[in-house]
Design a protein around this ligand. Sequence first.
Ligand code: PCA
Length: 123
Amino acid sequence: MSPSDTVLFIYGTLKRGCSNHRFLADQNFLGLARTVAGFRLYDLGGYPGIAAHDDDRDGVVGELWSVGPDALERLDRFEGVHEGLYRREPIALQTPAIDRSVQAYIPILPVHGRADVGSEWIE
Ligand code: PCA
């Protein structure tokens, strides 16, 4: 993993086998991961958003990827970071223990009223 790489926690359509994986496929898969408790996934309309949930005890299951600067810019554009859809922010993991900061795409609009789809995005 090069120092210029960013470690991303991927929990939705970018995961292996999911509909938008092609945007990530040429980067480095590091393994499975789980956030700390207190997060759930909400269906934002065919794609998920992660958000805080006080009663959650499981956290969200996803994947860790090491992503180079060009791919990161491509992903930010795809996720609408410049349009205010998601912001890329640090997230705390339960597993694995990793000595690098890990970021995830967090929805900017409130998830209030959206379906809680639990701890794992399946499509
Ligand atoms: N793409 C990003 C955030 C939600 C989505 O569908 C991901 O897979 O982590």
